[in-house]
Design a protein around this ligand. Structure first.
Ligand code: NAD
Ligand code: LMR
Length: 339
């Protein structure tokens, strides 16, 4: 027979065990051998909320996994070769997808559609089969179209929950903070900007007027800053000169968004960040998806925030965004419908 204090200690130990068991989070990276996938895997290995990391690619994932697995954090890492996609997804709660081809100079993100649409569709179908309750974080471009493709694929498989599908637009948010800080001289932490819309050129709408530092930027400096945030991806594509697009800053942004989702899933309150999700905000204009501030919680999307007050310039940016974004979404839906 246990003494009362021993019984109390045992019951507190088992409570701790069950709450930490509830926080066990297996995360998969599909495309882990690539320019984004490798540094993203490295950053996720350092995240304490990740207990197990499953790395998959059609090329090189076991090697990346062996390398990353030597890092002295608690999580386990396993790599899977091309023919083990379903095994890679077993028990996974969060799937991050940076698989697919990147741009070369002169290309738009939409030029990647023909190659990346089927890659993303097939990976989403595998998630539907092997991890139907997982949250999917889509990095593969064109995000404005790949998110609808993933959603439609999950719908066909009967496992779609709009609270669990996210287009990762965090790089636009990261760039906006950095570029605004360069213009104003303020620290990037004080330059947080909500970026809404989608993830390509004119569909990227930074709401500078909603921040103290951003509100002060006017005239030509404002126009140049907005252009730089909208077309920051082109700067990197041009500088890499045929060797791809943003990988390191994207891995940082992808890890940042994954961390926000994991914090929301684990019950932390007030985790709010822009992401491209199924949204009614512009349903009247015919848009099914839109990126705005989203509160993340135990089920994924907890609450979609409205865009908030806009300046006259931002009204114009939004008016230019909506028709382009609608076309990108419809293109993704049409592809999924014929697949
Ligand atoms: P990369 O070519 O370096 O890596 C892509 C990886 O995907 C490769 O390792 C490749 O083997 C793998 N892959 C291809 N088909 C696959 C499949 N069916 N299953 C699993 N893996 C597969 O490219 P990258 O620079 O890492 O970029 C990847 C994607 O991310 C591109 O589409 C790029 O445009 C996009 N991207 C998005 C953002 C964003 O903000 N959302 C930012 C940067 C890049
Ligand atoms: C980016 O914004 O850097 C990415 O979408 C990659 C690209 O093609 O520009």
């Amino acid at each position: 027979m246990l003494s009362r204090s021993a019984a109390r200690a045992l019951s507190s130990q088992s409570r701790q065990f069950s709450s930490s068991a509830a926080r066990q989070t297996k995360v998969a990276v599909l495309g882990a051998g690539g320019g984004i996938g490798q540094p993203l895997s490295l950053l996720l290995k350092q995240n304490k909320l990740v207990t197990s990391l499953s790395l998959y690619d059609i090329r090189g994932a076991p090697g990346v996994a062996a390398d990353v697995s030597h890092i002295d954090s608690q999580s386990e890492v396993k790599g899977y070769p091309a023919d083990q996609l379903d095994q890679a997804l077993e028990g996974v709660k969060v799937v991050v997808i940076p698989a697919g081809v990147p741009r070369k100079p002169g290309m738009t993100r939409d030029d990647l559609f023909n190659t990346n649409a089927s890659i993303v569709r097939d990976l989403a179908a595998a998630v539907a089969r092997s991890a139907p309750e997982a949250h999917l974080l889509i990095i593969s471009n064109p995000v404005n179209s790949t998110v609808p493709i993933v959603s439609e694929t999950l719908k066909k498989a009967g496992v779609y929950d709009p609270r669990r599908v996210f287009g990762v637009t965090t790089l636009d948010v990261v760039r906006a903070a950095r570029f605004l800080s360069e213009v104003t001289g303020a620290h990037p932490d004080e330059c947080k900007v909500t970026v809404v819309g989608g993830h390509s050129g004119s569909t990227i709408v930074p709401l500078l007027s909603q921040t103290a530092h951003g509100k002060a930027v006017k005239g030509e400096v404002y126009d140049k800053l907005v252009h730089r945030i909208q077309f920051g991806g082109d700067e990197v594509v041009k500088a890499k000169d045929g060797a791809g697009s943003a990988t390191l800053s994207m891995a940082y942004a992808g890890a940042k968004f994954t961390d926000a989702l994991l914090r929301g899933l684990s019950g932390e309150k007030g985790v709010v960040t822009p992401t491209f999700v199924k949204s009614d905000l512009f349903a009247k204009e015919g848009l099914e998806y839109f990126s705005s501030n989203v509160e993340l919680g135990p089920n994924g999307v907890e609450k979609i925030h409205p865009v908030g007050p806009l300046s006259a310039e931002e009204e114009k940016l939004l008016a230019a965004c909506l028709p382009d974004l609608k076309k990108n979404i419809e293109k993704g839906n049409a592809f999924a419908a014929q697949s």
